[in-house]
Design a binder for this molecule. Structure first.
Ligand code: THU
Length: 137
């Protein structure tokens, strides 16, 4: 893990924060935004989308990944994630286990997961740090 000030990383982090504003989270009040970068340099964003039947909820990361894959994209290099109660970032929002596993399908082990904290600092983790042993078939 390292703090990044790379221009591309900051731009992606800002896209994730913007995507947070689209969160549909009437049940938890926890708003999450994600922005991924394809290897060709295209950005796809996503927000969490909750449902009255709670398990039907889709996380922001998977919304972004599924949007991109459904548009024919399969190779991603980075994903930025921002989240917080009522849309206020009070700490880093780590991706849940299901999203880490979904990331492992389309992101390389050395790809970057960018997480934004309350001071607007961007922490860069490698996927293999957050999910050392993914399920594979
Ligand atoms: N959530 C995400 O969008 N991403 C995660 O990695 C963890 C959790 C959402 C799901 C739900 O709408 C809310 O945060 C509270 O769990």
């Amino acid at each position: 893990m390292k703090i990044t000030t790379d221009k591309e990383d900051i731009l992606l982090a800002n896209e994730a924060k913007r995507a947070m504003e689209k969160a549909y989270a009437p049940y938890s009040g926890f708003h999450v935004g994600a922005a991924l970068l394809t290897r060709e340099g295209k950005v796809y964003t996503g927000c969490n989308i909750e449902n009255a039947s709670y398990p039907a909820t889709c996380c922001a990361e998977r919304t972004a990944i599924f949007k991109a894959v459904s548009e024919g994209e399969k190779y991603f290099s980075k994903i930025a994630i921002a989240g917080g109660k009522n849309g206020n970032i009070t700490s880093i929002c780590y991706p849940c286990g299901i999203c880490r596993q979904v990331m492992s399908e389309f992101f390389g082990k050395d790809s970057e997961i960018l997480l934004i904290n309350e001071k607007d600092e961007v922490y860069s983790y490698k996927l293999c740090e957050l999910l050392p042993y993914s399920f594979e078939m």
